[in-house]
Ligand binder design. Structure first.
Ligand SMILES: *[C@@H]1O[C@H](CO)[C@@H](O)[C@H](O)[C@H]1NC(C)=O
Ligand SMILES: *[C@@H]1O[C@H](CO)[C@@H](O)[C@H](O)[C@H]1NC(C)=O
Ligand SMILES: *[C@@H]1O[C@H](CO)[C@@H](O)[C@H](O)[C@H]1NC(C)=O
Ligand SMILES: *[C@@H]1O[C@H](CO)[C@@H](O)[C@H](O)[C@H]1NC(C)=O
Ligand SMILES: *[C@@H]1O[C@H](CO)[C@@H](O)[C@H](O)[C@H]1NC(C)=O
Ligand SMILES: *[C@@H]1O[C@H](CO)[C@@H](O)[C@H](O)[C@H]1NC(C)=O
Ligand SMILES: *[C@@H]1O[C@H](CO)[C@@H](O)[C@H](O)[C@H]1NC(C)=O
Length: 507
């Protein structure tokens, strides 16, 4: 319409100056005029934007270069209940698209093919759909935010993201992402990635091993939904560029061994609300590091205090089974023989010596640790009905009091070591056992033996029973804080609250 209007308008008899002026405007009218008119129409042509000139390059909040639209910066313009048009992908010179805090709805338009696009901010809107081809050809993309879009129907991080090889920052806090953290977010595909925020989504599974060599500096994976991230935090230890890590309110298990020697640039670590085990990580002792490690399954919450020797041995055993959730949830405190705590699968004599292990029907995978042989008082070792692989470590023959070993119904292989004749050994239901002891010898370097530094009975730990009780509260508090953060936008515009910025938790 505007296109028709302009030429006829320029035919009016006007002063030479005005005529030439208008012709200039017309001749310079951007090739992006049509998609920009589509944007204007889709946004309901709000007066507040003042987009009346036929040339979109003259519009407020629009930047052009060589007569092409390069920046659209219309964040916080009160564009309630409006949509973005699909035609945005025609703006082939676009480098910046900012539409944050507007309550825009409908689908996020695909921007596939916009190879100049560098910065995109879709945060705090009510978009309902994320197209999976969104990232195709976005080869210049450096940062993108989908934060606080709670109404998007669940989406997984699409393969098309791989095209955005120059990505520095990917932020999708409270953006309905489901599924697993893709392996490709690591170093190989995204050598420049510095900030990854996937907090408050519906993620599951582990932190991919490919993150180990990544140069991510701020990794925010707080979990505030029913689904949780699981597995150990071993990979974090190798992410030497890390400065901030937020992993709170998930189901991470195992020992976290982080120190500033290893990760010199650290400034903040949030581990609260997980099932982490072993001693508290040393890194929290540094006054420069903002931390919260409360509500976990640590044997001690004081860094530098090691676990009871029996705990250390049991954790080494759990490590070879990849720190199963079932133990992390049950093994609370620093005394495996505490009659009130009832550690899963552990029985003891009155002196507090572990005499029985019964891990049956627990869907355990991994291998049988050589560390069992350090439980000198063990009489019964029952590991039946699991999915254990590898061999029976020959060190188990050294257990002086052992009378029963039941490893039936697993996937063990190799030779059965020679136990004393009074030991009742059951290896039934392991199709590969008894063959050559070749494939997976026990005690491979990947499975470390325990460090027995602490004298037994070193009871420096704070039992975390009480802490566990706080878990729900903390989650509710954090949840409502986040809810409020998104809610502030939903209720009224104009207040910019920085989502999940670490706050000081110590003095
Ligand atoms: C955008 O491009 C598509 C295909 O190239 C075309 O069909 C559409 O009309 C364009 N939109 C505008 C507003 O020019
Ligand atoms: C961490 O780095 C060490 C030493 O470079 C390596 O042996 C180990 O496998 C790495 N761990 C992970 C999870 O990548
Ligand atoms: C932590 O790692 C250091 C080496 O990085 C090692 O010496 C120490 O024994 C480890 N501690 C635990 C509890 O695994
Ligand atoms: C950490 O601080 C506590 C109390 O200030 C102290 O007892 C402990 O030895 C320290 N641990 C390390 C590893 O420095
Ligand atoms: C286990 O038994 C030994 C030998 O009787 C004893 O010295 C030790 O204190 C007992 N208890 C624990 C918790 O190790
Ligand atoms: C192992 O599992 C089978 C079937 O799943 C069950 O019948 C059997 O009782 C289990 N054995 C033990 C020792 O729990
Ligand atoms: C074990 O290995 C030897 C030589 O490598 C072979 O002769 C023998 O048949 C193997 N036994 C089994 C049960 O696979």
């Amino acid at each position: 319409m505007k296109q028709n209007f302009l030429p006829s308008f320029s035919l009016f008899p006007l002063s030479t100056f005005l005529l030439s002026f208008i012709l200039t405007v017309h001749s310079q009218s951007s090739p992006d005029a049509l998609p920009m008119e589509a944007l204007k129409a889709s946004l309901g042509n709000p007066k507040s934007l003042g987009w009346s000139d036929p040339d979109p390059c003259k519009w407020r909040l629009i930047t052009c270069r060589n007569n092409r639209v390069t920046k659209i910066q219309i964040s916080e313009q009160n564009l309630r209940n409006k949509k973005l048009p699909p035609d945005l992908k025609n703006l082939s010179s676009l480098t910046v698209l900012e539409v944050a805090r507007n309550f825009l709805l409908g689908p996020i338009p695909s921007l596939a093919g916009l190879s100049s696009l560098q910065h995109v901010d879709f945060s705090t809107n009510i978009f309902t759909y994320m197209p999976s081809d969104f990232f195709y050809g976005l080869t210049s993309l450096k940062s993108i935010s989908f934060d606080c879009n709670i109404l998007i129907s669940p989406w997984e991080i699409p393969e098309s993201l791989k095209d955005a090889k120059n990505l520095l920052s990917f932020s999708a806090n409270m953006a309905s992402i489901s599924g697993f953290i893709p392996d490709f977010l690591g170093e190989d595909t995204f050598p420049q990635m510095r900030h990854l925020d996937l907090s408050s989504n519906n993620l599951q599974g582990q932190i991919p091993a490919s993150f180990a060599s990544s140069s991510i500096q701020t990794l925010w994976l707080s979990g505030l939904s029913e689904t949780k991230l699981t597995g150990s935090l071993e990979v974090i230890q190798n992410m030497t560029s890390l400065t901030q890590v937020m992993l709170d309110n998930n189901h991470f298990t195992g020992i976290v061994n982080l120190s500033l020697d290893h990760l010199p640039k650290f400034t903040a670590i949030y581990l609260n609300g997980n099932l982490l085990q072993g001693p508290a990580p040393n890194i929290i002792n540094d006054s420069k590091v903002d931390s919260d490690i409360g509500s976990n399954s640590f044997c001690s919450y004081t860094p530098g205090v090691s676990c009871d020797n029996r705990v250390t041995i049991l954790l080494s055993i759990a490590e070879s089974m990849r720190y199963p959730l079932v133990f992390a949830q049950s093994w609370i405190g620093n005394d495996p023989c505490d009659p009130y705590q009832k550690w899963k699968g552990i029985s003891c004599n009155v002196e507090g010596n572990i005499t029985g292990i019964k891990f049956t029907n627990l869907a355990l995978s991994g291998t049988i640790s050589r560390s069992f042989s350090q439980l000198k008082w063990l009489k019964q070792l029952i590991l039946s009905n699991n999915s254990l692989t590898g061999t029976i470590p020959h060190e188990l023959t050294n257990l002086p009091h052992l009378v029963k070993l039941d490893v039936s119904n697993n996937h063990l292989s190799g030779k059965v070591p020679n136990f004393r004749t009074n030991v009742k050994v059951n290896t039934d239901g392991n199709p590969d056992i008894g063959g050559n002891n070749s494939l997976s010898p026990p005690g491979k370097p990947t499975f470390s033996t325990p460090h027995s530094e602490s004298p037994s009975g070193n009871g420096g730990g704070i039992g975390s029973t009480g802490k566990r009780g706080k878990n729900t509260n903390i989650r509710m508090i954090v949840g409502s804080v986040i809810g409020a953060v998104c809610g502030v936008f939903i209720v009224g515009l104009g207040v910019i609250v920085y989502t999940r910025k670490p706050k000081h938790s110590k003095g």
